[in-house]
Design a protein around this ligand. Structure first.
Ligand SMILES: Nc1ncnc2c1ncn2[C@@H]1O[C@H](COP(=O)(O)OP(=O)(O)OP(=O)(O)O)[C@@H](O)[C@H]1O
Ligand SMILES: [Mg+2]
Length: 374
């Protein structure tokens, strides 16, 4: 998908093809959109694609990150403020809602908004009124389309009293789900290729870029890497990518910056990417791998607890000690060697830490965590 020659939402997996069709459809309407998906899956890119494909393409697309900034600042960021309305307000400042006039505002990490801000946003959505901080009059909305995104499960937040249900229904007119990368592995080679090309181009792309001067931080300037071997791509395709596309992008950038030869080979990849069966590090039988993958999915995606989904199967000898060990191995990989995080991944109560470790030790499934630490 390419608009204005800029936005490029890559992927030919069935899931991505479907998502792109949805985006095209959504872009034709003007309804509010809620985009959900794990961190790094491409939610912002999806939002930008909608903006760029819509009739609002020539008007501004204004992103606002609702996380990590204090409530009062966020309020002024969205609604603007008048001079003198708080310390540091030296002049009138328009809010992002106004700046996005006739265009699109992208409210990122909407799940992190405080309840009071949620109330203010709801009022705006219901009345179209922009209540500028410190002003005594309200301005009317400037016809702005609202797209929101979150990596949180809003229904859970609602259940916990942290997110307003009425706001949820306001925002959730059209819901797009961006699937995690491990559910569309077909896209990985394409993404690897794209990121590598971009990094190499940034690097001059002519093979003599070993000039460190003028390098801006975080760019691959001066690197010698040009390509990646098919085996390495295969291995990257089998990795689980908990941080999704962003993690893949960062991993490639690191490989390019630190690479010491033109082609990235299998053994250049960090160990964490290489411990999958097909990488040859740990040959396993297909059947066993499938069982473990299924169990892992139950824990990670379906959020079942280890005690309910795994323990009884093992005690009834429906799965083997090897299965449990493989599962722990996968957990440790994901948690980079931190058993406490494994506990969380496996949906075990923190209070059960000792019980879990005792169980693993007793059944010889306690793997040393050191080799998973980086
Ligand atoms: N399908 C894709 N094609 C090309 N690049 C992608 C794709 N998906 C994501 N990216 C790139 O991956 C990075 C992360 O994407 P983005 O910021 O949209 O994710 P996000 O879901 O908003 O992440 P977060 O939850 O961390 O905010 C960006 O650099 C983006 O350009
Ligand atoms: Mg984002």
């Amino acid at each position: 998908m390419r608009q204005n020659g800029k936005i490029n939402l890559l992927g030919n997996s069935p899931a991505m093809i479907e998502l792109k069709e949805e985006i095209e459809q959504v872009a034709r309407s003007d309804g509010k959109v809620l985009i959900t998906g794990e961190s790094g899956v491409g939610k912002e890119l999806v939002a930008r694609s909608i903006g760029a494909l819509s009739l609002r393409a020539d008007a501004p697309f204004v992103p606002v990150n609702c996380a990590g900034i204090p409530e009062t600042l966020l309020e002024s960021e969205l609604f603007g403020h008048v001079k003198g309305s708080f310390t540091g307000a030296y002049r009138d400042k328009p809010g992002k809602l106004e700046m996005a006039a006739n265009g699109t505002i992208f409210l990122d990490e909407i799940g992190e908004m405080t309840l009071r801000m949620q109330g203010l946003l709801l009022r705006y959505l219901e009345t179209g009124e922009i209540q500028t901080v410190g002003a005594d009059r309200v301005a009317m909305s400037s016809n702005t389309r609202v797209i929101a995104a979150t990596n949180r499960v809003l229904r859970d937040l609602i259940a916990q009293g942290q997110f307003r249900e009425d706001l949820f229904y306001r925002l959730n007119v059209i819901h797009l789900v961006v699937p995690p990368l491990r559910e569309r592995r077909e896209d990985i080679p394409l993404l690897v290729d794209h990121f590598l090309q971009t990094l190499v181009a940034k690097n001059g792309g002519n093979g003599n870029g070993r000039n460190g001067t003028g390098a801006s931080p975080g760019t691959a300037y001066g690197a010698i890497v040009r390509s990646i071997s098919p085996q390495a791509v295969q291995t990257l395709t089998e990795y689980s990518w908990p941080g999704n596309v962003r993690q893949l992008q960062n991993a490639l950038e690191k490989l390019v910056v630190t690479g010491r030869r033109e082609v990235i080979e299998l053994d250049d990849l960090p160990l964490e990417f290489r411990t999958s069966p097909a990488a040859g590090v740990r040959p396993r039988r297909e059947r066993r791998r499938t069982i473990v993958d299924d169990l892992f999915k139950k824990l990670i995606e379906e959020r079942q607890s280890f005690w309910a989904a795994v323990y009884p199967l093992y005690m009834n000898r429906e799965i083997t000690r090897g299965n449990v060990r493989d599962l722990v191995h996968k957990g440790l990989e994901e948690a980079r060697g931190n058993y406490k995080i494994v506990l969380r991944l496996f949906n075990i109560d923190a209070g059960d830490y000792k019980r879990f470790l005792n169980f693993l030790r007793k059944h010889d499934c306690h793997l040393p965590f050191k080799e998973y630490r980086q």
